[in-house]
Every structure is written in structure tokens, then in C-alpha cells.
Design a protein. Structure first.
Length: 147
């Protein structure tokens, strides 16, 4: 084997090994990737949101007068002022959760309802979750005081 062929062979083996390692890492991380959507983005991308089995995050503002509590189960609507998504959450809500505030919910769609496994609310009066703020700014709905 001449040196030129040996270098080519070693380079090809290294590239194939790196490609295989990258593929294996991406396959391992695939279950842990959680995508963020606003209600409008979600409906545009998936159309009929009857059942989405992958875990996703949905964020926006809690619609005024939409919170209904039944024992430990809470039903509310998240909106981005264009579209709305009904959320069902079974468990205690964060202390700062209230109508008109920014919220991010993580879960899956089942029977046209978003079944949340986790609900996150903003920290204080000046904080909005970055994903929600960016999405609302993109739609010219929310502007912070720094603009």
C-alpha cells in the first residue's frame, strides 16, 4: 500500500467513524428534544392537532376568564392573540400562575386537548419566558419596556 492510498484510506475511516458517532448521538438525544410552539405556530405546522404523541412545549398568555378548576385538574386556554389551545393540567399550578400572564406548558396532544405534564409561569412583573416573549414579539403582540 503506497502512502497516498494509506492516507486516503485512514481519512475515509475517520470520516465514517465520526459520521457514525454523530448518528448514534443524535439517535440517543432524539427522545429528549422538546420543541417549542406558540398556538398559531402549532396549528400552522400540524393543522389538526388531534393527537401529537411527541412531547412539545407550548407557550403564550393565559386567556382571561378561561381558568376552570376541578379538584386537582385545571383547564385553561393559552393564546398568542391569534389562535388558542385548550390545556388540561393535573397537579398544583405555580404560585405565579394567573390570567393574562406568560406561561409555558410541556406535554402532549390527546383528543384535541393539550395534556400538560408541567406548567411554568413567569418569575416577576418584568419577566416573560424567553420563548414566549420572542414569539409574541414576532407577532407584534408583546413589547417590553426596553424597545
Amino acid at each position: 500500500m503506497n502512502p497516498k492510498f494509506r492516507r486516503l484510506f485512514i481519512t475515509i475511516i475517520i470520516i465514517l467513524t465520526l459520521g457514525l458517532a454523530t448518528k448514534l448521538i443524535l439517535m440517543a438525544l432524539e427522545d429528549n428534544i422538546v420543541y417549542f410552539y406558540t398556538p398559531n405556530d402549532l396549528i400552522v405546522k400540524f393543522g389538526d392537532t388531534q393527537n401529537i404523541q411527541n412531547k412539545i412545549r407550548i407557550g403564550g398568555l393565559v386567556l382571561e376568564s378561561s381558568i376552570k378548576k376541578e379538584d386537582e385538574k385545571t383547564i385553561f386556554i393559552i393564546t398568542d392573540k391569534k389562535k388558542e389551545v385548550k390545556v388540561v393540567f393535573d397537579g398544583p399550578l405555580p404560585d405565579l400562575f394567573r390570567e393574562g400572564q406568560g406561561v409555558v406548558a410541556e406535554g402532549i396532544f390527546k383528543n384535541s386537548n393539550f395534556i400538560a405534564s408541567e406548567v411554568l409561569a413567569k418569575h416577576d412583573e418584568n419577566y416573560m419566558p424567553p420563548e414566549v416573549a420572542d414569539a409574541l414579539k414576532k407577532n407584534n403582540i408583546w413589547k417590553d419596556g426596553s424597545d
